[in-house]
Design a protein around this ligand. Structure first.
Ligand code: NAD
Length: 467
């Protein structure tokens, strides 16, 4: 087993304690993971605070070079990182490889952005400039479904803007982040990035720490609410990327056979553990039976297994808690709908659940109304598209949503009525580093990615000069 270390103030150090990270496909330990104490968290924040003035004063061209060097080192170690990602997270190795190289691409994207001084007015009486200043120490908190790419929503823009960072991955998927720490240790000045693994106990003290100026958080809505409370005392900046219950709405002109594979992928990628997975599917009554049959056939033919095995299409749930939660939702759905594929848990080691399709289910049931975050999709019948949109909007979440139709105008018109941060037409969950991403209502506050995402790591400062 490899050894892992925390990165604090440019040094790789042991944790105050350690505990294993479990491979969800085998339930065996992947490695013993160092876990930081609160004292080590304080050391990391102090190191980031001390490193801030020099990093903020470093020319942006130099900071971009550092981001490029990080991208290079991720690519150079891509195969090893992908294998480790599969072992700790469970996703198939092809998907893990995509996530790792995607992470490098996100770092590279931010090297193309700048934070120029904007002249707002230059008149006879005055000149007014808008500057974007770094904030200071950023606390970056990441969940367990995409440990690498979600880290890359935060680290590159935070660093490009001149901030320093304390990164805290989820307790069940810390190893790829710690490995990254080892790889970037000598690329950045000591203290600019610090990486800590915890036992789910350091998110709150990091959020409340008086020397942390902003929390960039991705995770559940319930924890996001705690972050908001924790940050309130010092009016800390927060970006919250939280839960979702994305609806897909399929209109009557869609060919079920053609659309079903894309819909299936939208719902089941990463075994449904995607914030913007399609989590409820509304299908017009005229094509409902055929669509349910097509989806069930795909589910039944899907190969689930250890992500390191050749041919695996879907891996396990990432951790036992999520595994139990999804099983419970399926048991409930057996009473409120009809399971036409999956529904059973293979009698073998690992947190596996076969992809499950539930039909004849409606709004007001747990599986439709709650975020399942797992490989089970409720398919709901509707007759009026406007009504389907109203039902999609009735959720307290507002992360994403999609309209599926061959009539582009009709789809566009309905898309404008979906009340969520992102809406896709004839696809779902298309993310890219240049496209801002964020949620409405209980799905979050603020944006990540793109120029908007970069701006959130800065303080707007106006300089207003009399002439
Ligand atoms: P979670 O909220 O349990 O944990 C997320 C992170 O917060 C972990 O690192 C955890 O250790 C930390 N944490 C725990 N308690 C904390 C506290 N009091 N203060 C600060 N941080 C604390 O979420 P999860 O179960 O790991 O992730 C699944 C959830 O994340 C789902 O709801 C999913 O939709 C959401 N998610 C959202 C996005 C998005 O961009 N909107 C992306 C991925 C996942």
């Amino acid at each position: 087993m490899s050894e892992y270390k925390l990165l604090i103030n440019g040094k790789l150090v042991d944790g105050a304690k350690s505990s294993p990270v479990i491979n969800p496909a085998t339930e065996e330990p992947v490695a013993l993971c160092p876990r930081a104490s609160e004292a080590q968290l304080n050391e990391a924040v102090a190191a980031a605070k001390a490193a801030f003035p020099a990093w903020a004063a470093t020319p942006i061209a130099e900071r971009k070079k550092a981001l490029s060097a990080i991208a290079d080192v991720i690519e150079a170690n891509g195969a090893e990182l992908a294998r480790l990602l599969t072992q700790e997270q469970g996703k198939p190795i092809g998907d893990a490889t995509g996530e790792v190289y995607g992470t490098a691409a996100f770092f590279r994207y931010f090297t193309m952005l700048d934070l120029p001084v904007k002249v707002i007015e230059d008149s006879e009486g005055k000149k007014v400039e808008a500057h974007r200043r770094p904030l200071g120490v950023i606390g970056a908190i990441v969940p367990w479904n995409f440990p690498m790419i979600l880290m890359a929503f935060k680290l590159p823009p935070a660093l490009l803007a001149g901030n320093t960072v304390v990164l805290k991955p989820a307790p069940t998927t810390p190893l790829t982040s710690l490995k990254l720490g080892e790889l970037i240790k000598d690329i950045l000045p000591a203290g600019v990035v610090n990486i800590l693994a915890d036992e789910n106990d350091l998110g709150a003290p990091l959020t409340a720490h008086p020397d942390v100026r902003k929390i960039s958080f991705t995770g559940s809505t319930a924890t996001g609410q705690k972050v908001m409370v924790g940050a309130a005392g010092l009016l800390k900046r927060i970006t919250l990327e939280l839960g979702g219950n994305d609806a897909g709405i399929v209109l009557d002109d869609v060919n079920p056979k053609e659309a079903a594979p894309k819909l299936f992928q939208s719902a089941f990628q990463n075994s449904g553990q995607v914030c913007i997975a399609m989590k409820r599917l509304y299908v017009h009554e005229s094509i409902y039976d055929e669509m349910c049959d097509e989806l069930a056939a795909i589910a039944n033919n899907t190969i689930i297994g250890d992500g390191l095995k050749q041919g695996t299409q879907l891996g396990p749930l990432q951790n036992r808690m999520q595994f139990e939660k999804v099983k419970e939702l399926i048991e409930d759905a057996k009473k409120t709908g009809k399971v036409i594929a999956g529904g059973e848990v293979p009698d073998e080691k690992g947190y596996f659940i076969r992809p499950t399709i539930v039909r004849d289910i409606s709004d007001g049931t747990r599986l439709v109304d709650e975020e399942q975050f797992g490989p089970v999709l409720p398919v709901i019948k509707y007759s009026d598209p406007e009504d389907a949109v109203a039902r999609a909007n009735a959720s307290p979440y507002g992360l994403g949503g999609s309209i599926w139709s061959n009539d582009k105008n009709k789809a566009y018109e309905l898309a404008t009525k979906l009340d969520s941060g992102s809406v896709w037409i004839n696809k779902h969950a298309d993310l890219a580093p240049n496209i801002p991403f964020g949620g409405a209502r209980l799905s979050g506050i603020g944006s990540e990615l793109g120029e908007e995402g970069l701006a959130e790591f800065t303080q707007l400062k106006i300089i207003n000069i009399a002439k």
